[in-house]
Write a protein that binds this ligand. Structure first.
Ligand code: SF4
Length: 82
């Protein structure tokens, strides 16, 4: 499955994301599913109404959480720079 970035949709990386491999883009619809799947990895910008990557995953368990969050994100808004 390709993410929005790969197929050329007009999306932008949210500036709140921490530096690193994974990030949330402007397709986020603030459903908070990613925060439930990966606690401590994502955070919510309540004023603007979106989630962003607060901390990059740094172990196998957290990478699995990230993969699951990417898989279930209804907006395909979580991207992987590789
Ligand atoms: S699961 Fe996707 S759409 Fe929902 S809050 Fe997370 S990044 Fe945004």
């Amino acid at each position: 499955m390709f993410g929005a970035a790969e197929i050329g949709f007009m999306t932008h990386k949210i500036s709140d994301n921490t530096k690193g491999r994974f990030y949330v883009d402007t397709n986020c619809i603030n459903c908070s599913i990613c925060c439930e799947i990966a606690p401590g990895i994502f955070a919510t910008n309540h004023e603007q109404g979106y989630e962003y990557v607060l901390r990059q995953p740094d172990n196998k368990k957290e990478l699995a959480w990230m993969a699951e969050a990417m898989d279930v994100c209804p907006a395909r808004a979580i991207q992987d720079n590789g």
